[in-house]
Design a protein. Sequence first.
Length: 256
Amino acid sequence: MRAGVLPLAGTEAGRVELSVGAGGDTTMEVDRVAEAVVFAELERLAERGERFSVLSEEAGHRSFGAEYPLVLVDPVDGSLNAKQGLPLFGLMLALLDGPAVADTHAGLVLNLNTDEEWTGIRKQGAWRAGRRLEVLPRSGGARIQLLGLESTPRALALAGALVERSSKIRILGSMALALAHTASGSLDVFCAPIPVRMFDTAASLLLIREAGGVATDMKGGSIDQLLCTLDSRSTLLCAPSSELHAEALRILGGRA
């Protein structure tokens, strides 16, 4: 996949608009190339007798003989970054044995620029570059050291209290990679004040959970039963520890 995608990133050839994908975004040549690699491998699995379904941001739903397991495919998460030549985009794969966030059995996030791979398996753990994921301890003292955001300019005000209590802000442009770095403690808190697709977050939310972190909506409500479809959305508040998550909730609620 890297061999096909990286030469197209930040080029006119990669930016060629082909159609509107199943997720509602415009499919570009870089998306098409990446998705073709994934489907070629999945088709080989089906030829060997595996039965499953696929839901891809570009191609939509496709059955390979069974409703579940369901493979979620975001071939280039952060495709706007890829289009513009910003080296922050990756592949997201998740394997579900049911329709909801809590049904995510396994997940993979691959940084296509660095080849760094993040994986998680439900109730078994999370790994980064093949090693058990170790969460960095907090280093920011009384303030949130690094706050990660996914937002439009207008929605930033909804996370204003967190912004004011943070030393630095990062907006990576890839939900999968931002949440993976939250799972590791590289980001103290991640907040999406606008509703984002659960589809895009399935693999990384599993990483957070398996590494001991907490993920809810911005009011602290559970997201476990939200559907992993292309139109199911929620705000997000995530942290690598229950303590940091509780602190972020207090700040947003005006109690800290």
